[in-house]
Ligand binder design. Structure first.
Ligand code: TXA
Ligand code: MG
Length: 328
């Protein structure tokens, strides 16, 4: 099993793991990341190996400051505005990749764009101390829910990686929102939502002063966003109006559906109906109900606004049919 060290004491150890081409699971404000030196092809290859992830799926490069981001990606004024408003934080920008960027081709899957973000908390501190971009997908086995605690990481990856940094539960609980800035000829750049996540799209629109385009099927926009993702062992049934026999209930808000008392187990994402709290609890509660061994997890309706957009996206993926080995 890999070594687990509390975040307060882990910085030097994490730097030496990354410098040696190893893998460290690290907390960020969104979810735990499986970190490696983004400039080291063999280290990046280890990430794919450990996750069992299809290798065409590109990784986010994590940086500690905007200057480091500007060495690997081409920032136009709109990108700078968004980075200044939301970094460090749960926003990933997909931008043209700069020629001569030290990020290894394997990390960007050979694309001419690159996904960059500056995480808050330990991830950001580590990126500054390490001084190179850090490639880090969510620290879960491919196709499983993203880990929001060191224990979740240990269960999925404990025997496959060098170090787990324990920073407790990640505060946001959902992966970052991914936005692509698209230049189409002479027209003003457009913003495309590749993945709803921990930053509400409405907040991005307010700062950008323009609409964010949502693809008809956001699932296929980010290469790793396969339909079946985040799958618990139990089946998932969304927008439940009643509980069926043998089901566990993932509840939301103060009011329960009619026969909630018949559920094999209940977890409430947010008793007060707060979407931020619900996001932070989502993955841990899906795993908690999964462990009860219920056939299906019924989910109460969750409003499709603010962070509800990302919560519902993850729930729909968890409910989708599951080809083996899909997702990231
Ligand atoms: O919050 C997060 O974003 C977490 C933490 C660890 O930072 N990371 C994360 O990484 O969720 P991952 O690899 O599980 O998801 C990143 C997504 C994938 O779906 C990938 O396909 C997409 O970002 N992506 C990466 N580079 C891209 C690019 N150049 N163009 C489009 N999508 C890209
Ligand atoms: Mg992932």
């Amino acid at each position: 099993m890999s070594e687990i060290i509390p975040a307060e004491q882990a910085l030097d150890r994490a730097v030496s793991v990354l410098s040696a081409g190893g893998l460290a699971a690290i907390p960020t404000e969104t979810v735990y990341g499986l970190a490696a030196d983004a400039t080291n092809g063999e280290a990046v290859a280890r990430i794919y190996e450990a996750k069992g992830r299809p290798s065409f799926n590109p990784l986010i490069a994590h940086v500690g400051d905007v200057a480091s981001a500007a060495r690997i990606a081409d920032f136009d004024p709109l990108a700078i505005k968004l980075a200044e408003a939301f970094w460090p934080g749960p926003l990933t920008l997909v931008l043209p990749r700069l020629d001569g960027s030290p990020v290894h081709d394997l990390a960007t899957a050979g694309l001419d764009s690159i996904a960059v973000r500056m995480p808050a908390g330990f991830g950001g501190e580590l990126a500054r101390r390490f001084g190179r971009p850090i490639a880090a997908p969510s620290a879960n086995l491919s196709g499983r829910v993203s880990a929001t605690s060191a224990q979740h990481v240990a269960r999925d990856l404990g025997d496959r990686i060098d170090l787990i940094v324990d920073g407790g539960h990640t505060p946001v609980g959902l992966e970052s929102t991914i936005i692509k800035i698209e230049h189409r000829g002479q027209r003003a750049p457009a913003l495309a939502l590749l993945r709803p996540g921990g930053l509400a799209v409405e907040e991005i629109e307010a700062v950008a002063g323009m609409r964010v385009e949502r693809a008809a099927s956001p699932g296929i926009q980010a290469p790793g966003q396969l339909e079946s993702h985040y799958a618990p062992d139990a089946g998932m049934r969304l927008n439940a109006r009643a509980v069926e026999k043998g089901e566990a209930l993932l509840a939301f808000g103060p009011d329960r559906i009619d026969n909630a008392a018949d559920a094999a187990a209940i977890a409430n994402l947010s008793p007060s109906g707060n979407l931020r709290e619900a996001a932070a609890n989502l993955f841990a509660m899906m795993l908690e109900l999964d462990r009860v061994g219920a056939r299906t997890i019924a989910v109460e309706p969750i409003p499709e606004q603010g962070l509800g957009e990302a919560i519902n996206d993850r729930l729909r993926r968890a409910a989708a049919p599951r080809p083996d080995g899909a997702g990231g």
